[in-house]
Design a binder for this molecule. Structure first.
Ligand code: EPZ
Length: 433
């Protein structure tokens, strides 16, 4: 459903809020269900439209996907099991809707010896090439051809090799997931150099090991895989969503509130917490929680979005929105996606003063933002608009709110629990001028 968020800004957010399981951990794990005929159960999978889309892709690939029980929250489990190994095609209509569907390529090829997967195409955060995915699979012996917008891949049995996964912007996260999920069934040893270090990749590796894979070096840029002949099923609880955690933390900080975000791994947010401290936020943390108390205004400070353990590119837009009210000039760079600034023109409509330079935004803090009608575009740009709406004077209407459902489970309800004046409407939108 498209829908819109109606927000009346100005209320400091206070209280406690929990985060869901990680979208970017769940997606490649779901794809790895293709590697075995036994059941896989993933605990803590968030109810997101991206998860639903991948369930459709997997269903067309012969995988039964079902939610265990009617439970909500972290106890909910997603059960996946291959029932038919003959389908090998992931079609464009679905892959273009959710590019991480491209992660089925590696497991399909490794388990079924053949895969026909649509190229994902680009999106608003910039060109999204997959050359490193293909280079890695070719190094493992895959025969790859591109035709009619599809990758056609074949391999009797993949063979271990040394693969370099880093590109001009650093490692590729889903590229590492794709090649890692193929190498586990290759004959012999594979060395993944320039591998992504993201917690989501570490979590995927842990699941694969539970299934019987032999992987060392997870979390470093050199991952060693000793191929096995087959993998079994597994049950695994996915890690918390560090991007949702950062988004909720920034919502409290933007509004000058005091909030506790629970069910997190603070270590996954170290770079973000470092920047929050630089901006003057008082921080405390425990085993699975962080508490933030924000002054008004925040101090301006620089961030550069970079591969893990740097500040995630997926937090850059939200950070830009928060710096719109800081007491001075901030620089926001994005080394991962230098074009990821689609949120800036909409933030400017809300009264922010932001200039753009190649791969960077220059944010001059203002005393206030003013509510307006804005349109969501991509997932994290939409989150930035929500944060801006929470502090803007008056009412903000964010149209096309369905973008948020891709990566945030019930974000409006979570923010409302912290005191935000926010509602979701499917009705005809009120005239806001
Ligand atoms: C993953 O995307 C995440 N998605 C993205 O989150 C995240 O922004 C991104 O990693 C960076 O952290 C999932 O995990 C499902 P990349 P991915 O391959 O894997 C270049 C969100 O909002 N590159 O790590 O597609 C690429 O252009 C989403 O949750 C190549 O050059 O990103 C970029 O500059 C958005 N060739 C850099 O590498 C390739 O073959 C990192 O991209 C692949 C990537």
């Amino acid at each position: 459903m498209a829908g819109a968020f109606l927000i009346t800004g100005g209320t400091p957010l206070n209280g406690t809020v929990g985060v869901a399981g990680s979208k970017n951990a769940a997606l490649p794990m779901m794809a790895s269900a293709l590697l075995t005929d036994e059941p896989m159960v993933l605990d803590g999978v968030p109810r997101l439209t991206d998860v639903a889309t991948l369930c459709r892709v997997l269903s067309e690939l012969g995988v039964a996907a079902a939610w265990d029980g009617a439970g909500a929250g972290p106890s909910r489990a997603l059960r996946l099991q291959v029932l038919d190994r003959s389908p090998v095609r992931a079609r464009y209509a679905l892959v273009r809707r959710m590019r991480a569907s491209f992660c089925v390529l590696g497991p399909l090829l490794a388990r079924r010896g053949r895969a026909v997967v649509s190229l994902p195409g680009g999106c608003r955060i910039g060109p999204r090439p997959v050359d490193l995915h293909l280079k890695g699979l070719a190094a493992l012996g895959a025969e790859l051809t591109l035709a009619h917008g599809y990758v056609i891949a074949r391999a009797q049995r993949l063979r271990g090799a040394t693969v370099d996964l880093s590109g001009p912007a650093g490692p590729t996260v889903t590229g590492t997931a794709n090649v890692l999920s193929a190498a586990v069934l290759a004959r012999g040893e594979t060395l993944l150099r320039g591998a992504a270090r993201e917690p989501e990749i570490v979590d995927l590796g842990r699941l694969l090991c539970r299934m019987g894979a032999r992987i060392d070096g997870l979390g470093t840029d050199t991952v060693r895989v000793r191929g096995v002949d087959g993998l079994g099923g597994a049950r695994h609880r996915i890690i918390p969503d560090r991007i949702e955690a950062a988004t909720l933390a920034l919502a409290a900080v933007a509004t000058g509130g005091t909030a506790t975000v629970t069910g997190v791994v603070p270590g996954h947010l170290a770079a973000v917490l470092d920047r929050l401290a630089a901006a003057g936020v008082e921080l405390a943390s425990g085993a699975d929680w962080i508490r933030l108390s924000a002054p008004r205004p925040l101090r301006p400070c620089r961030i550069t979005a970079a591969p893990y353990p740097g500040v995630p590119s997926d937090v850059q837009a939200q950070w830009t929105a928060v710096m719109a009210l800081a007491s001075g000039r901030s620089m926001v760079r994005d080394r991962v996606f230098p074009e990821r600034f689609a949120h800036v023109p909409e933030l400017v409509r809300l009264g922010a003063r932001i200039g753009l330079a190649p791969g960077a935004a220059v944010v001059d803090g203002v005393a206030r933002l003013s509510g307006a009608r804005v349109t969501a575009s991509d997932l994290r740009a939409s989150a930035a608009l929500v944060l801006a709406g929470l502090v803007a004077r008056g009412r903000t209407c964010i149209e096309q709110a369905h973008w948020l459902d891709r990566g945030y489970e019930a974000l409006d309800r979570k923010l409302a629990r912290l005191g935000a004046v926010i509602e979701r409407t499917e009705a005809a939108l009120p005239a806001l001028g």
